[in-house]
Design a protein around this ligand. Structure first.
Ligand SMILES: Nc1ncnc2c1ncn2[C@@H]1O[C@H](COP(=O)(O)OP(=O)(O)O)[C@@H](O)[C@H]1O
Ligand SMILES: [Mg+2]
Length: 316
């Protein structure tokens, strides 16, 4: 049998992969898989020529979500699958997790077609403490800002920020600023085929009130090694069980996703609160997990061997 070919998908800003993913190529070579980088919107790439196509650092999709989803649907053997890409690239999925009984950061949703005036926005912001305004389609913190509820000026900036996002056609999320993120940090747990691999702790991104984060979010992430508690590992697994069985186009018999990252805030009372679930293009911080690179390479090799998951129904 000839050596299987695998594409690791990136964006034009990182045509040779993001640095922490580059060692995947030799690690896959050790497993007799010929992997190479490919840019998702490069019209010269023949996706059908690969035995499997794995999304890694496609971070410029957020401004072009429709195009990205269309691309995902056109790739014959995509990991994670296109249904997951469609579902997970808009944070409205957090509503589904919450409806399912999972503990999620409390969110007020503002939709672009509602024609809110300034007063209507003001009335939807919290009365106390700090809060966050962010777009429902985002990555790398881009477009997120932190405001102080009791400060009239800060509230005014928040209204302007929300109005700007709404006028650009974005759905907007309003959340209470979780103070644990400043005290403790946000935690991110990585799973390969549903099995916990490693975790890291990420320093607060929104340290300054009034500042809206811009595009360098991915590179400036401050991460350190973290040892997740059993409750945290379980909370992530509950979210993944949802992803396995409830995402449109998947079923109870779908196989666990080859890779996943679940981000959460360690709550004061011990039960973590989900911030987001990254099933498309999460940084996995492989160097922070002992043998995490090998585990990811093994998981991709297994995924390749198993062939397409017949329990995924193509909804495109
Ligand atoms: N409700 C919140 N409380 C505290 N920090 C927040 C909150 N929402 C966002 N942040 C900060 O902003 C960052 C980016 O927000 P997140 O929802 O994770 O979007 P992205 O998809 O861009 O990563 C988080 O990692 C965190 O540091
Ligand atoms: Mg995040």
């Amino acid at each position: 049998m000839s050596t299987p070919r695998l594409a690791l998908v990136t964006c034009a800003d990182y045509p040779h992969l993001f640095e922490e993913d580059a060692p995947l190529i030799p690690a896959l070579a050790e497993r007799d898989i010929a992997a190479e980088a490919a840019v998702w919107d490069d019209p010269g790439v023949d996706w059908a020529a690969y035995d499997m196509v794995v999304i890694r650092s496609t971070w410029d999709y957020t401004a072009r979500r429709r195009e990205f989803i269309e691309w995902a649907g056109s790739v014959p053997r995509l990991v994670n699958p296109p249904n997951v890409v469609r579902w997970n690239t808009d944070k409205h999925y957090l509503q589904a997790l919450e409806d399912h009984g999972l503990r999620v950061v409390q969110t007020t949703w503002l939709e672009p077609d509602r024609g809110y005036d300034k007063r209507a926005l003001h009335n939807r912001f919290p009365a106390r403490e700090d809060f966050v305004i962010k777009p429902a389609v985002s990555a790398g913190s881009v477009g997120a800002g932190r405001y102080t509820a009791t400060d009239a000026n800060s509230r005014r900036y928040a209204i302007e920020h929300a109005m700007r996002l709404l006028n650009e056609g974005h759905s907007v999320m309003v959340q209470r600023y979780m103070p644990q993120v400043d005290v403790h940090g946000e935690i991110a747990l990585v799973y390969f085929h549903g099995t916990y691999s490693h975790a890291m702790k990420k320093a607060a991104e929104l340290t300054d009130v009034g500042e809206v984060a811009t595009a360098d979010g991915f590179e400036t992430e401050e991460m350190e090694v973290y040892k997740a508690t059993p409750a945290e590992i379980e909370a992530g697994q509950a979210a993944l069980a949802f992803a396995r069985a409830r995402i449109p186009g998947r079923s109870l018999s779908s196989r666990p996703l080859a890779y996943a990252r679940v981000d959460m805030v360690p709550a004061g009372d011990g039960e973590p609160v989900l911030m987001e679930m990254e099933l498309v293009d999460p940084r996995l911080h492989l160097p922070l997990g002992r043998q995490a690179l090998g585990r990811f390479a093994d998981s991709l090799a297994a995924e390749l061997r198993m062939g397409p998951d017949a329990a995924n129904i193509d909804l495109a």
